[in-house]
Design a protein around this ligand. Structure first.
Ligand SMILES: [Mn+2]
Length: 388
């Protein structure tokens, strides 16, 4: 995607302008980001998903058994007949993994790295429904899909911002309203991390939240050092050759800290390991149990494709790639593979194509590494044959 094309999705801004002025910085209201928006899933279908075992869903009832009562799915069919008329919300996570038409919405966000995108959550709300004033630690695009929702945007928050006492929800005790808009179908609101916001359904409505993932500094440090430590031999230790005699044996001198900093710097600066860890971490699937592979022999793969079979990405899989020197790294659902540089276009194809078939994959099947890679991705579960 060219970064200097004005985008309807961004209210006429180019991707470059949006990233410079708004991304991670300030809210942006976009009227008709999607013109003539065709709501890809109905409230009934969304409620249907919330009955499924593998789908994460919640219902929040403002005046339930207690204020802001939260129930976790999967729900039973009769759950819905027992709810009040108004002021409740159903939230369903990662609908993009279950409904291809919802996954297709993500195509519009290709000006951002796909590995930053977490999921599309959909909320359905009855009039007056919402989840209270809160903040998230992630960027989000809130696309109005159906009906109208009132959004209020407030102050910047952090982990010290006072919350009301609640066991399940993080509801802000104070909300300092700065702006307010009513969103109609096709309108979209971008919010940077940590900004207070409060959405209340004006009438029966649905909102699509395109959420992003960003590891916390604590996660980066704990997960990367865990990963790194697998490669460090036990004899690689704090060492103090050429130490000077000490004046007080009980004192920790600062030269010991310098040696420690040296030890940390030596290992933390290994770019290849950092990249490998990061790619694996950012492609970890939300639902690893839905990335189940199947056995396939190379000859069956080739025969199948020649007979017109089509391979598609598992909607629960996450893929990304990178370069290391003259080689490539493919990250697939939390795993990495080092591959020769000549497979670059194959990796791009596997990451981006809606479907793989004999026409686009054909030439790569002549290549031993290419064939093997496609087989491995089927065995690992990131690719699978489409049902005819
Ligand atoms: Mn939110």
């Amino acid at each position: 995607m060219k970064s200097d094309t004005p985008l309807q999705l961004l209210g006429g801004l180019t991707a470059q302008e949006f990233l410079r002025d708004y991304w991670q910085k300030k809210p942006l209201l976009i009227r008709q980001a999607f013109t003539d928006f065709d709501n890809p899933i109905s409230p009934d279908e969304l409620a249907g998903l919330s009955l499924e075992e593998e789908v994460e869903s919640r219902i929040v009832i403002e005046n339930g058994e207690r204020p802001w009562e939260m129930r976790r799915g999967p729900f039973a069919e009769d759950t819905y007949s027992s709810l009040p008329e108004t002021e409740w919300t159903l939230l369903v996570q990662a609908v993009d993994q279950f409904v291809p038409e919802v996954a297709a919405l993500l195509e519009s966000f290709r000006f951002l790295p796909s590995w930053r995108i977490d999921d599309v959550m959909i909320s359905y709300a009855t009039p007056g429904g919402g989840v209270g004033p809160h903040f998230d630690n992630y960027d989000v695009f809130l696309l109005q899909g159906h009906g109208k929702r009132n959004w209020k945007v407030g102050q910047m928050c952090n982990s010290d911002s006072p919350l009301i006492e609640h066991s399940d929800l993080r509801i802000l005790a104070d909300f300092e309203q700065a702006e307010e808009w009513v969103l109609e179908p096709g309108d979209m609101l971008y919010l940077p991390p940590r900004i207070a916001h409060c959405g209340v359904a004006v009438d029966e409505c649905m909102t699509y939240s395109v959420g992003f993932r960003a590891p916390s500094a604590a996660e980066v440090l704990t997960h990367f050092t865990d990963f790194l430590s697998q490669f460090l031999p036990d004899e690689d230790r704090y060492s103090d050759a050429d130490a000077k005699p000490v004046s007080d044996p009980h004192q920790i001198q600062h030269d010991a800290l310098d040696r420690l900093k040296g030890l940390l710097a030596e290992h933390m600066s290994d770019e290849r390991l950092l990249l490998t860890w990061f790619g694996q971490f950012m492609t970890e699937p939300r639902y690893p149990e839905l990335v189940a592979g199947s056995e396939v022999e190379e000859e069956d793969l080739l025969g199948g494709l020649e007979d017109g079979a089509v391979l598609i990405r598992n909607p629960s899989a996450r893929l990304a790639w990178s370069e290391v020197d003259d080689d490539l790294l493919l990250f697939a659902s939390g795993q990495s593979r080092l591959l020769p540089g000549h497979l670059r276009d194959l990796l791009k194809l596997i990451c981006a194509a809606d479907a793989l078939h004999i026409d686009n994959l054909g030439p790569w099947l002549q290549d031993e590494n290419g064939r093997m890679l496609v087989c491995e991705l089927i065995k690992q579960g990131s690719l699978g044959f489409a049902d005819e």
